[in-house]
Design a protein around this ligand. Structure first.
Ligand code: SF4
Length: 245
């Protein structure tokens, strides 16, 4: 679906959509969650996420960790995926390598959901109602870091001696591991801008400072494997396939 495609959705607050999901978080999602819950980004990672901050945490009974009864505790800072639901967003790198191409898909409703689908507006109207723009802007702000990380990998790894495909496969395995992953200060920094000293008055200012600090941190990192895993993690957290790094 495109921005002008007919679409509308009325949420009736049943909470059924907030169960048993896999929801990827971007660094900006974590900033917004933290600000809505009035905690630091490090605390938000501990409370609401898995896989080093990159996935929303769901409890063993299937409920999202942010669900209180049928209500979202962090509603003003809910992640982009929750704002878009029941639409999904597919991204691919643009031809210039710096921008991205976006396409929306309609997701299946949760079983028993009381939400009402319609065609009273457009996808663009729906996104506006969900105040999704700052989240989409943040993806565009963070995405060029993937290229910078890749550049740092090229500068630190001798691909005459290291087989590139196996190197990047290992980076993807490391980035996407749920447990037993190696310490990676750059991945930690991706989801904890406050810990990196980037906390600012607004989420947007925090994101701007965070992107600059991440670029500088990566520029000083001499272990290409650390930077490569962080590149895969960042790309995935922004909605790209790991193989698109
Ligand atoms: S963050 Fe809020 S809206 Fe998103 S799944 Fe959890 S409870 Fe639902």
């Amino acid at each position: 679906m495109l921005a002008e495609s007919k679409f509308s959705y009325l949420c009736n607050g049943c909470g059924l959509c907030c169960r048993d999901k896999v929801i990827t978080l971007s660094p900006y999602d974590v900033i917004r969650i933290a600000r809505a819950d009035k905690v630091s980004t490090g605390e938000a990672v501990a409370r609401y996420t898995l896989r080093r901050g990159s996935l929303l945490r769901f409890l063993p009974d299937g409920r999202c960790a942010a669900l209180a009864g049928p209500r979202c505790k962090i509603h003003p800072g809910r992640p982009l995926a929750c704002r878009l639901y029941p639409l999904g967003l597919e991204r691919a790198p643009g031809a210039d390598g710096h921008t991205c191409v976006e396409r929306f898909v309609r997701l299946e409703p949760a079983p028993g959901s009381l939400g009402i689908y319609g065609a009273a507006g457009t996808v663009a109207d729906f996104l506006e109602g969900q105040q999704a723009a700052p989240y989409l802007d943040a993806v565009a702000r963070y995405y060029p870091l993937v290229g910078k990380f890749r550049g740092r990998v090229a500068a630190t790894v001798d691909f005459e001696r290291v087989e590139p495909r196996e190197f990047w496969r290992r980076a993807a395995r490391e980035a996407l591991a749920e447990t037993n992953y190696d310490p990676n200060p750059l991945i930690d920094a991706l989801f904890d801008p406050d810990g990196l000293g980037c906390g600012r008055a607004s989420a947007e200012e925090t994101a701007v400072a965070h992107v600059a600090a991440l670029a500088e941190t990566a520029a000083w990192e001499h272990d290409g494997a650390i930077v490569a895993a962080a590149a895969v993690m960042l790309a995935t957290s922004l909605g790209y396939a790991p193989g698109e790094v």
